[in-house]
Design a protein around this ligand. Structure first.
Ligand SMILES: O=C(O)[C@H](O)[C@@H](O)[C@H](O)[C@H](O)COP(=O)(O)O
Length: 241
């Protein structure tokens, strides 16, 4: 069980993105120096995009072989592979292609399988086949409603603990069809990093970090790393902590 969450507050979104990218590269270099092949989980969203761009900028000076980093996604939008809404496409454009990441496991897209349920099953099989025992670092965003990945308040997917990934229909956050890792899969992380920037996230971050509260109401409360949980915030998103 992880201990109290660590809270890191940066002055603004730019400083936050730089700090997260720098710390991730440092962790990856250490893991590789000790002979590991790190497994990481990426997320979609605005601050994640900023972190990805910083990873592209900082990676050339870091001692990280991105060909030896296995990349997964905490959730994905169930849209065609070429859609600008794809988290994987955004991450590839922002840094994965630039840094030479070759072990990137994308959730099947809407023009590759017939249904989001098929995509979820295939992704779960891929994680089992590749022995994705646990994430060395799993990065997650949080929505203004407290959602994490594509696990939204009060939704049945919160209870889908017997699978790795689950299809999400009628998502409150567009696009409507998604695939999300379940709490069971998300919690198979040694280290969980929540990324949140801006006043619009302050209330949700406050609820997620409050001593009391329900996971049904604030799903981000349901994810913790077995070794570390860090909330990477800026002054605005930390204003209710
Ligand atoms: O696919 C997605 O939309 C994300 O995985 C989602 O969980 C995101 O991380 C949060 O909604 C925060 O997004 P913003 O940073 O854009 O607010």
């Amino acid at each position: 069980m992880s201990f109290e969450p660590r809270i890191e507050v940066q002055p603004d979104a730019d400083a936050l993105a730089t700090a997260v990218a720098g710390e991730l590269l440092s962790r990856l270099a250490d893991l590789q120096a000790s002979g590991g092949t790190p497994q990481i989980g990426l997320t979609g969203g605005t601050i994640a995009e900023a972190v990805h761009r910083e990873l592209a900028r900082l990676s050339p000076d870091a001692d990280v072989d991105w060909g030896r980093v296995v990349v997964w996604f905490g959730d994905e939008r169930f849209v065609p592979a070429g859609s600008p809404d794809r988290n994987a496409g955004q991450a590839r454009a922002a840094f994965l292609d630039a840094v030479g990441a070759t072990q990137v496991h994308e959730v099947p897209a809407a023009d590759q399988v017939a249904t989001a349920a098929e995509a979820a099953e295939a992704y779960g099989n891929a994680m089992r086949e590749h022995g994705a025992g646990s994430f060395d670092v799993l990065m997650l965003g949080i929505g203004p409603d407290g959602h994490v990945a594509s696990l939204f308040p009060g939704r049945p997917e919160l209870d889908a603990d017997d699978s790795v990934a689950v299809a999400v229909a009628d998502s409150p956050k567009p696009p409507p069809e998604r695939v999300s890792l379940t709490f069971a899969a998300l919690n198979r992380a040694d280290v969980v990093w929540f990324l949140a920037s801006g006043e619009g996230k302050a209330e949700a971050v406050g609820r997620a970090l409050a001593p009391e509260g329900s996971i049904a109401e604030t799903p981000a409360r349901g994810v913790n790393g077995s070794v570390e949980t860090t909330w990477w915030l800026d002054r605005d998103s930390a204003s209710a902590v």
